[in-house]
Design a protein around this ligand. Sequence first.
Ligand code: ADP
Ligand code: MG
Length: 320
Amino acid sequence: MNEFDLIRRYFAGRGVRRADVPLGIGDDAALLAPPAGQTLATTVDTLHSGVHFAADIPPADLGHKALAVNLSDLAAMGAEPAWATLALSLPEADEAWLGAFADGFFALAERFGVQLVGGDTTRGPLSVAVQVQGFVPADAALRRSGARSGDHVFVTGHLGDAGAGLAIEQGRLALSGPPAAALLARLHRPTPRIGAGLALRGLASAAIDVSDGLAQDLGHILAASGVGAVLEADALPLSDALLASGIERPWRLAAAAGDDYELCFTAPADAAPGVADALDCPVTRIGHITAEPGLRWRDTAGQVVEPPPRGWDHFARDEA
Ligand code: ADP
Ligand code: MG
């Protein structure tokens, strides 16, 4: 099977066909027709074997995740997904692997109406780069820079699940049964919060997706907005699976671990009561924005608590 057979067999002519794609896979470049009055939101993320995923990851999970992490960036901008390109570097053309990878990719692409319009296929160490484009009116995009003192801070879904899943995968956390399966699924099959991102247009003052951990990612909003925040450690939304994992002080994992791909956003106090009804997923208020810079943590009694670590290597030390 040569490169062109591979593209034809696994990637060309599959999935949704959008009216705004006059020419998709097959020529030197795709021709795309963005709608009038919208701006293009574009983002790319590369996943390397051994760095961003374990080499033995089920290929369908990798196909899903490579697209999901990019759609999550569009969600965080309040953009509506439209197009994707896929650059694949493969050590060999393993047909079973490619079939499963493409199935995982296209299942998620179809769910969000995304058309694969081009890409690149090369031989080399396993890596996957997906670029996605979506539409958003320029003045409706959710930026990192809009948080203001007094705004409330929210997060969708649950935090820490993917971090616990990673600990299981790496043998740092001994857990089996349904909770382990649920945590691993959150690591391998994140759900991009596209519906929430669209609903937050005109409602959120700033947004980011939680890819590197809440503390770090909210830190980007705080820096871009020139503000600080107080978060309530006990308010962080924890899943039943995480609570069943036996991890001590799970809020610290929820605050520090990455890969959950939830949205963290801020909204003005007068808009905050409407947030839960506007979203198609669970959402939790976890704190508020302050004029004083920096991120501070409190417990329910308002007492200062020790800040969580930043990043999963610190988590590894915690668990050791
Ligand atoms: P060129 O050499 O002109 O860049 P290629 O031979 O790399 O073209 O690719 C031929 C066509 O197949 C192009 O339309 C390209 O976008 C598409 N393509 C290549 N690899 C992939 C892939 N992994 N997924 C989707 N489309 C791909
Ligand atoms: Mg060419």
